[in-house]
Design a protein around this ligand. Structure first.
Ligand code: 13P
Ligand code: SF4
Length: 371
Protein backbone atom coordinates (compact mmCIF):
# COMPACT_ATOMS: atom_id res chain seq x y z
CA UNK A 1 0.00 0.00 0.00
CA UNK A 2 1.47 3.32 -0.98
CA UNK A 3 2.38 5.82 1.73
CA UNK A 4 -0.33 8.41 2.20
CA UNK A 5 0.94 11.84 3.08
CA UNK A 6 0.52 15.49 2.43
CA UNK A 7 3.71 16.96 1.03
CA UNK A 8 5.34 19.61 3.22
CA UNK A 9 4.92 23.07 1.80
CA UNK A 10 2.13 21.87 -0.49
CA UNK A 11 -0.32 24.70 -0.54
CA UNK A 12 -3.06 25.61 -2.96
CA UNK A 13 -1.44 27.80 -5.63
CA UNK A 14 -3.32 31.07 -5.96
CA UNK A 15 -1.19 33.42 -8.06
CA UNK A 16 -4.12 35.75 -8.43
CA UNK A 17 -7.85 35.37 -8.04
CA UNK A 18 -10.88 35.36 -10.27
CA UNK A 19 -12.49 38.81 -9.74
CA UNK A 20 -15.05 38.90 -6.94
CA UNK A 21 -17.87 39.96 -9.27
CA UNK A 22 -17.20 36.93 -11.50
CA UNK A 23 -17.08 34.62 -8.47
CA UNK A 24 -20.43 35.99 -7.31
CA UNK A 25 -21.92 35.51 -10.79
CA UNK A 26 -20.70 31.89 -10.86
CA UNK A 27 -22.22 31.22 -7.43
CA UNK A 28 -25.51 32.87 -8.48
CA UNK A 29 -25.78 30.85 -11.71
CA UNK A 30 -24.94 27.61 -9.91
CA UNK A 31 -27.66 28.31 -7.34
CA UNK A 32 -30.18 29.09 -10.11
CA UNK A 33 -29.30 25.77 -11.74
CA UNK A 34 -29.76 23.96 -8.43
CA UNK A 35 -33.22 25.44 -8.03
CA UNK A 36 -34.18 24.72 -11.65
CA UNK A 37 -33.55 20.98 -11.44
CA UNK A 38 -36.66 19.05 -12.50
CA UNK A 39 -38.48 16.61 -10.22
CA UNK A 40 -37.86 12.93 -11.10
CA UNK A 41 -40.44 11.45 -13.51
CA UNK A 42 -42.85 8.71 -12.49
CA UNK A 43 -41.90 5.32 -14.03
CA UNK A 44 -44.94 5.45 -16.36
CA UNK A 45 -44.11 8.94 -17.59
CA UNK A 46 -40.44 8.01 -18.04
CA UNK A 47 -41.39 5.03 -20.22
CA UNK A 48 -43.73 7.15 -22.32
CA UNK A 49 -41.17 9.94 -22.83
CA UNK A 50 -38.41 7.47 -23.66
CA UNK A 51 -40.57 5.89 -26.37
CA UNK A 52 -41.23 9.28 -27.92
CA UNK A 53 -37.53 10.19 -27.79
CA UNK A 54 -36.48 6.91 -29.39
CA UNK A 55 -38.88 7.42 -32.28
CA UNK A 56 -37.72 11.03 -32.80
CA UNK A 57 -34.04 10.11 -32.70
CA UNK A 58 -34.62 7.67 -35.56
CA UNK A 59 -36.92 10.00 -37.51
CA UNK A 60 -34.48 12.91 -37.28
CA UNK A 61 -31.29 10.87 -37.80
CA UNK A 62 -30.06 12.11 -34.43
CA UNK A 63 -27.71 10.59 -31.87
CA UNK A 64 -27.39 11.31 -28.15
CA UNK A 65 -23.92 11.91 -26.64
CA UNK A 66 -23.90 12.17 -22.85
CA UNK A 67 -21.34 12.93 -20.15
CA UNK A 68 -20.97 10.64 -17.13
CA UNK A 69 -22.20 13.40 -14.82
CA UNK A 70 -25.74 13.55 -16.24
CA UNK A 71 -28.46 11.49 -14.60
CA UNK A 72 -28.50 7.70 -15.07
CA UNK A 73 -31.67 7.49 -17.23
CA UNK A 74 -30.11 9.83 -19.83
CA UNK A 75 -26.87 7.84 -19.85
CA UNK A 76 -28.80 4.59 -20.30
CA UNK A 77 -30.92 6.04 -23.08
CA UNK A 78 -27.83 7.26 -24.94
CA UNK A 79 -26.42 3.74 -24.93
CA UNK A 80 -29.74 2.02 -25.70
CA UNK A 81 -30.19 4.18 -28.80
CA UNK A 82 -26.73 3.78 -30.33
CA UNK A 83 -25.34 6.94 -28.72
CA UNK A 84 -22.46 7.25 -26.30
CA UNK A 85 -21.55 8.10 -22.71
CA UNK A 86 -18.02 9.34 -22.13
CA UNK A 87 -15.54 11.90 -20.87
CA UNK A 88 -14.97 15.17 -22.75
CA UNK A 89 -12.29 13.74 -25.02
CA UNK A 90 -14.29 10.72 -26.13
CA UNK A 91 -17.47 12.79 -26.53
CA UNK A 92 -15.61 15.03 -28.97
CA UNK A 93 -14.22 12.10 -30.92
CA UNK A 94 -17.54 10.28 -31.09
CA UNK A 95 -19.49 13.34 -32.24
CA UNK A 96 -17.02 14.06 -35.00
CA UNK A 97 -16.99 10.57 -36.48
CA UNK A 98 -20.63 9.52 -36.03
CA UNK A 99 -22.61 9.80 -39.30
CA UNK A 100 -25.86 11.15 -37.77
CA UNK A 101 -27.11 14.50 -39.11
CA UNK A 102 -27.95 15.79 -35.61
CA UNK A 103 -25.88 15.50 -32.44
CA UNK A 104 -27.72 15.95 -29.17
CA UNK A 105 -25.26 16.75 -26.41
CA UNK A 106 -26.27 16.04 -22.82
CA UNK A 107 -23.66 17.84 -20.75
CA UNK A 108 -22.67 21.47 -20.41
CA UNK A 109 -22.45 24.18 -23.01
CA UNK A 110 -18.77 23.90 -23.87
CA UNK A 111 -19.38 20.26 -24.83
CA UNK A 112 -22.07 21.34 -27.31
CA UNK A 113 -19.77 24.02 -28.69
CA UNK A 114 -16.90 21.57 -29.10
CA UNK A 115 -19.21 19.24 -31.02
CA UNK A 116 -20.27 22.10 -33.33
CA UNK A 117 -16.67 23.27 -33.85
CA UNK A 118 -15.69 19.77 -34.94
CA UNK A 119 -18.82 19.06 -37.00
CA UNK A 120 -20.06 22.35 -38.51
CA UNK A 121 -22.13 20.48 -41.07
CA UNK A 122 -24.20 18.81 -38.34
CA UNK A 123 -27.05 20.28 -36.35
CA UNK A 124 -25.97 20.30 -32.69
CA UNK A 125 -28.58 20.64 -29.95
CA UNK A 126 -28.08 20.91 -26.20
CA UNK A 127 -30.78 20.20 -23.63
CA UNK A 128 -30.39 23.44 -21.69
CA UNK A 129 -28.54 26.58 -22.77
CA UNK A 130 -28.08 27.56 -19.12
CA UNK A 131 -25.87 24.54 -18.46
CA UNK A 132 -22.67 26.41 -17.67
CA UNK A 133 -19.31 25.46 -16.20
CA UNK A 134 -17.48 27.53 -13.57
CA UNK A 135 -14.20 27.12 -15.44
CA UNK A 136 -15.68 28.50 -18.65
CA UNK A 137 -17.42 31.36 -16.80
CA UNK A 138 -14.23 32.23 -14.94
CA UNK A 139 -12.18 32.70 -18.11
CA UNK A 140 -13.67 35.48 -20.29
CA UNK A 141 -12.10 35.61 -23.76
CA UNK A 142 -11.12 39.27 -23.58
CA UNK A 143 -9.09 38.99 -20.36
CA UNK A 144 -7.63 35.70 -21.47
CA UNK A 145 -6.52 37.18 -24.81
CA UNK A 146 -4.83 40.06 -22.98
CA UNK A 147 -2.83 37.59 -20.87
CA UNK A 148 -1.80 35.63 -23.98
CA UNK A 149 -0.74 38.85 -25.71
CA UNK A 150 1.43 39.70 -22.70
CA UNK A 151 3.25 36.34 -22.98
CA UNK A 152 3.98 35.75 -26.67
CA UNK A 153 6.86 33.40 -25.76
CA UNK A 154 4.48 30.82 -24.25
CA UNK A 155 2.54 28.04 -25.97
CA UNK A 156 -1.12 28.54 -25.06
CA UNK A 157 -2.81 25.38 -23.79
CA UNK A 158 -6.44 25.53 -22.69
CA UNK A 159 -8.68 22.99 -21.03
CA UNK A 160 -11.74 21.93 -23.03
CA UNK A 161 -13.92 23.57 -20.34
CA UNK A 162 -13.72 26.94 -22.10
CA UNK A 163 -15.66 28.99 -24.64
CA UNK A 164 -15.10 28.68 -28.39
CA UNK A 165 -13.46 32.14 -28.35
CA UNK A 166 -10.89 31.04 -25.75
CA UNK A 167 -10.15 27.88 -27.73
CA UNK A 168 -9.70 30.07 -30.80
CA UNK A 169 -6.87 31.95 -29.05
CA UNK A 170 -5.15 28.71 -27.97
CA UNK A 171 -2.46 26.67 -29.65
CA UNK A 172 -3.80 23.49 -28.02
CA UNK A 173 -7.09 22.48 -26.46
CA UNK A 174 -6.76 19.52 -24.07
CA UNK A 175 -8.98 17.48 -21.78
CA UNK A 176 -8.17 15.91 -18.43
CA UNK A 177 -7.58 12.57 -20.19
CA UNK A 178 -4.69 13.86 -22.25
CA UNK A 179 -3.53 17.24 -20.91
CA UNK A 180 -0.66 15.77 -18.92
CA UNK A 181 0.77 13.91 -21.93
CA UNK A 182 0.44 16.91 -24.22
CA UNK A 183 2.16 19.28 -21.79
CA UNK A 184 4.93 16.68 -21.21
CA UNK A 185 5.37 16.56 -24.98
CA UNK A 186 5.60 20.37 -25.19
CA UNK A 187 8.01 20.54 -22.24
CA UNK A 188 10.24 17.93 -23.89
CA UNK A 189 10.58 20.34 -26.82
CA UNK A 190 11.57 23.14 -24.42
CA UNK A 191 8.27 25.03 -24.76
CA UNK A 192 6.93 27.18 -21.93
CA UNK A 193 3.18 26.98 -21.38
CA UNK A 194 0.43 29.46 -20.60
CA UNK A 195 -2.33 27.32 -19.11
CA UNK A 196 -6.02 28.12 -18.55
CA UNK A 197 -8.39 27.99 -16.84
CA UNK A 198 -8.19 25.33 -14.08
CA UNK A 199 -5.38 26.13 -11.66
CA UNK A 200 -5.67 22.76 -9.92
CA UNK A 201 -5.46 20.67 -13.09
CA UNK A 202 -2.71 22.99 -14.35
CA UNK A 203 -0.85 22.71 -11.04
CA UNK A 204 -1.10 18.92 -11.13
CA UNK A 205 0.28 18.79 -14.67
CA UNK A 206 3.04 21.19 -13.68
CA UNK A 207 4.05 18.96 -10.74
CA UNK A 208 4.14 15.72 -12.73
CA UNK A 209 5.76 17.07 -15.90
CA UNK A 210 8.04 19.75 -14.42
CA UNK A 211 6.90 22.06 -17.25
CA UNK A 212 7.28 25.83 -16.97
CA UNK A 213 3.60 26.84 -16.71
CA UNK A 214 1.85 30.11 -16.07
CA UNK A 215 -1.57 29.29 -14.57
CA UNK A 216 -4.91 31.08 -14.96
CA UNK A 217 -6.56 31.05 -11.51
CA UNK A 218 -9.87 29.32 -12.36
CA UNK A 219 -11.42 26.36 -10.56
CA UNK A 220 -14.29 23.90 -10.68
CA UNK A 221 -16.72 24.78 -7.93
CA UNK A 222 -17.58 21.09 -7.51
CA UNK A 223 -14.10 19.57 -7.24
CA UNK A 224 -12.55 22.29 -5.14
CA UNK A 225 -14.98 21.38 -2.34
CA UNK A 226 -13.15 18.11 -1.70
CA UNK A 227 -10.81 18.40 1.28
CA UNK A 228 -7.81 16.27 2.30
CA UNK A 229 -8.96 16.09 5.94
CA UNK A 230 -12.23 14.40 4.95
CA UNK A 231 -10.35 11.98 2.72
CA UNK A 232 -7.86 11.09 5.46
CA UNK A 233 -10.71 10.51 7.86
CA UNK A 234 -12.47 8.19 5.39
CA UNK A 235 -9.19 6.38 4.77
CA UNK A 236 -8.83 5.69 8.50
CA UNK A 237 -12.20 3.91 8.32
CA UNK A 238 -11.34 2.11 5.05
CA UNK A 239 -7.54 1.72 5.03
CA UNK A 240 -7.54 -0.70 2.09
CA UNK A 241 -9.69 1.47 -0.15
CA UNK A 242 -8.16 2.74 -3.38
CA UNK A 243 -8.57 6.47 -3.94
CA UNK A 244 -9.66 7.77 -7.35
CA UNK A 245 -9.37 11.53 -7.85
CA UNK A 246 -10.26 13.83 -10.73
CA UNK A 247 -7.38 16.27 -11.33
CA UNK A 248 -9.66 19.31 -10.96
CA UNK A 249 -9.31 18.62 -7.21
CA UNK A 250 -6.99 20.44 -4.80
CA UNK A 251 -3.33 19.34 -4.64
CA UNK A 252 -3.72 18.09 -1.08
CA UNK A 253 -6.45 15.71 -2.27
CA UNK A 254 -4.54 14.66 -5.39
CA UNK A 255 -1.53 13.82 -3.17
CA UNK A 256 -3.59 11.10 -1.48
CA UNK A 257 -4.80 9.48 -4.71
CA UNK A 258 -3.93 6.06 -6.06
CA UNK A 259 -5.22 7.09 -9.49
CA UNK A 260 -5.61 10.62 -10.85
CA UNK A 261 -7.47 10.78 -14.14
CA UNK A 262 -10.35 11.81 -16.33
CA UNK A 263 -13.80 10.40 -15.66
CA UNK A 264 -13.20 7.57 -18.14
CA UNK A 265 -9.82 6.79 -16.60
CA UNK A 266 -11.40 6.71 -13.12
CA UNK A 267 -14.05 4.24 -14.29
CA UNK A 268 -11.46 2.03 -15.95
CA UNK A 269 -9.41 2.08 -12.73
CA UNK A 270 -12.50 1.08 -10.72
CA UNK A 271 -12.91 -1.93 -12.98
CA UNK A 272 -9.24 -2.90 -13.34
CA UNK A 273 -7.66 -2.33 -9.90
CA UNK A 274 -7.79 -5.27 -7.49
CA UNK A 275 -9.22 -3.19 -4.60
CA UNK A 276 -12.78 -4.02 -3.59
CA UNK A 277 -13.54 -0.58 -2.10
CA UNK A 278 -12.95 2.79 -3.71
CA UNK A 279 -13.13 6.34 -2.44
CA UNK A 280 -14.11 8.56 -5.34
CA UNK A 281 -13.47 12.30 -5.61
CA UNK A 282 -15.52 13.57 -8.48
CA UNK A 283 -19.09 14.51 -9.38
CA UNK A 284 -21.54 11.91 -8.11
CA UNK A 285 -23.10 11.16 -11.52
CA UNK A 286 -20.08 8.95 -12.20
CA UNK A 287 -21.33 6.28 -9.78
CA UNK A 288 -23.96 5.17 -12.28
CA UNK A 289 -21.34 3.95 -14.74
CA UNK A 290 -18.86 2.85 -12.08
CA UNK A 291 -21.41 0.49 -10.56
CA UNK A 292 -22.22 -0.92 -14.00
CA UNK A 293 -18.51 -1.40 -14.74
CA UNK A 294 -17.74 -3.13 -11.41
CA UNK A 295 -21.02 -4.22 -9.76
CA UNK A 296 -19.28 -6.35 -7.13
CA UNK A 297 -17.25 -3.43 -5.75
CA UNK A 298 -18.07 -0.76 -3.18
CA UNK A 299 -17.84 2.93 -4.08
CA UNK A 300 -17.72 5.62 -1.43
CA UNK A 301 -18.19 9.27 -2.39
CA UNK A 302 -15.67 11.57 -0.80
CA UNK A 303 -17.81 13.84 1.39
CA UNK A 304 -17.59 17.51 0.58
CA UNK A 305 -18.90 18.51 4.00
CA UNK A 306 -18.37 16.97 7.43
CA UNK A 307 -15.71 14.40 8.23
CA UNK A 308 -17.46 11.04 8.40
CA UNK A 309 -18.20 8.43 5.77
CA UNK A 310 -21.58 10.00 5.22
CA UNK A 311 -21.93 12.26 2.25
CA UNK A 312 -23.38 15.49 3.60
CA UNK A 313 -23.26 17.77 0.60
CA UNK A 314 -22.54 15.24 -2.09
CA UNK A 315 -20.57 16.68 -4.97
CA UNK A 316 -23.09 17.75 -7.56
CA UNK A 317 -22.63 19.82 -10.70
CA UNK A 318 -26.01 21.51 -10.81
CA UNK A 319 -25.43 22.54 -14.42
CA UNK A 320 -25.01 18.90 -15.46
CA UNK A 321 -28.24 18.09 -13.62
CA UNK A 322 -30.17 20.55 -15.81
CA UNK A 323 -30.13 17.78 -18.41
CA UNK A 324 -33.20 15.55 -18.20
CA UNK A 325 -35.47 13.37 -20.33
CA UNK A 326 -38.27 15.95 -20.45
CA UNK A 327 -35.93 18.55 -21.98
CA UNK A 328 -34.52 16.03 -24.41
CA UNK A 329 -38.03 15.27 -25.63
CA UNK A 330 -38.89 18.98 -25.99
CA UNK A 331 -35.65 19.78 -27.82
CA UNK A 332 -36.33 16.99 -30.29
CA UNK A 333 -39.91 18.19 -30.84
CA UNK A 334 -39.07 21.89 -31.24
CA UNK A 335 -35.47 21.96 -32.50
CA UNK A 336 -34.73 24.46 -29.73
CA UNK A 337 -31.28 25.06 -28.22
CA UNK A 338 -29.30 24.71 -31.40
CA UNK A 339 -25.63 25.64 -30.97
CA UNK A 340 -24.09 28.14 -33.39
CA UNK A 341 -20.44 29.22 -33.39
CA UNK A 342 -19.19 32.23 -35.31
CA UNK A 343 -17.38 30.83 -38.36
CA UNK A 344 -14.18 32.83 -37.90
CA UNK A 345 -13.92 31.72 -34.26
CA UNK A 346 -14.76 28.16 -35.24
CA UNK A 347 -12.04 27.99 -37.90
CA UNK A 348 -9.43 29.07 -35.34
CA UNK A 349 -10.80 26.92 -32.49
CA UNK A 350 -10.87 23.76 -34.57
CA UNK A 351 -7.10 23.97 -35.08
CA UNK A 352 -6.40 23.76 -31.34
CA UNK A 353 -8.88 20.90 -30.84
CA UNK A 354 -7.69 19.00 -33.90
CA UNK A 355 -4.10 19.10 -32.56
CA UNK A 356 -5.32 17.26 -29.47
CA UNK A 357 -7.31 14.72 -31.49
CA UNK A 358 -4.32 14.05 -33.76
CA UNK A 359 -2.10 13.61 -30.70
CA UNK A 360 -4.68 11.27 -29.12
CA UNK A 361 -4.92 9.29 -32.37
CA UNK A 362 -1.19 8.65 -32.28
CA UNK A 363 -1.44 7.13 -28.80
CA UNK A 364 -2.04 3.40 -28.52
CA UNK A 365 -4.05 3.37 -25.26
CA UNK A 366 -7.51 4.14 -26.60
CA UNK A 367 -9.65 4.79 -23.52
CA UNK A 368 -13.01 3.30 -24.42
CA UNK A 369 -15.06 2.73 -21.33
CA UNK A 370 -16.76 -0.56 -20.48
CA UNK A 371 -20.53 -0.73 -20.26
P1 13P B 1 -13.71 14.74 -18.05
O1 13P B 1 -13.17 15.14 -19.36
O2 13P B 1 -12.72 14.00 -17.19
O3 13P B 1 -14.98 13.96 -18.21
O4 13P B 1 -14.03 16.05 -17.21
C1 13P B 1 -14.99 16.97 -17.59
C2 13P B 1 -15.42 17.78 -16.46
O5 13P B 1 -16.11 18.75 -16.62
C3 13P B 1 -15.00 17.38 -15.13
O6 13P B 1 -15.53 18.21 -14.17
FE1 SF4 C 1 -17.50 22.50 -14.96
FE2 SF4 C 1 -16.96 21.46 -12.59
FE3 SF4 C 1 -19.37 21.07 -13.68
FE4 SF4 C 1 -17.18 19.85 -14.69
S1 SF4 C 1 -18.10 19.52 -12.66
S2 SF4 C 1 -18.80 20.88 -15.84
S3 SF4 C 1 -15.62 21.43 -14.38
S4 SF4 C 1 -18.50 23.03 -13.02
Amino acid sequence: MKKRYIEKNMTTPTPKCIPKATQERIARLAEQARQARAEPLTPARETEIKQRIKAELIRQDAVLVAHYYVDGPLQDLAEETGGFVADSLEMARFGRTHPAKTLIVAGVRFMGETAKILSPEKRVLVLDQEAECSLDLGCPAEEFTALCDAHPDRTVVVYANTSAAVKARADWTVTSAIGRDIVAHLASKGEKVLWAPDRYLGGYIQRVTGADMLLWPGSCIVHEEFKAEALQSLLREHPDAAVLVHPESRPEVIALADVVGSTTQMILAARNLSASTFIVATEQGIFHKMKQAAPEKTFLPLPTGGLGGTCMSCATCHWMKLNDLGKLSRVLETGANEIFVDEEIRRKAVVSIQRMLDFAGRRTDKAACPG
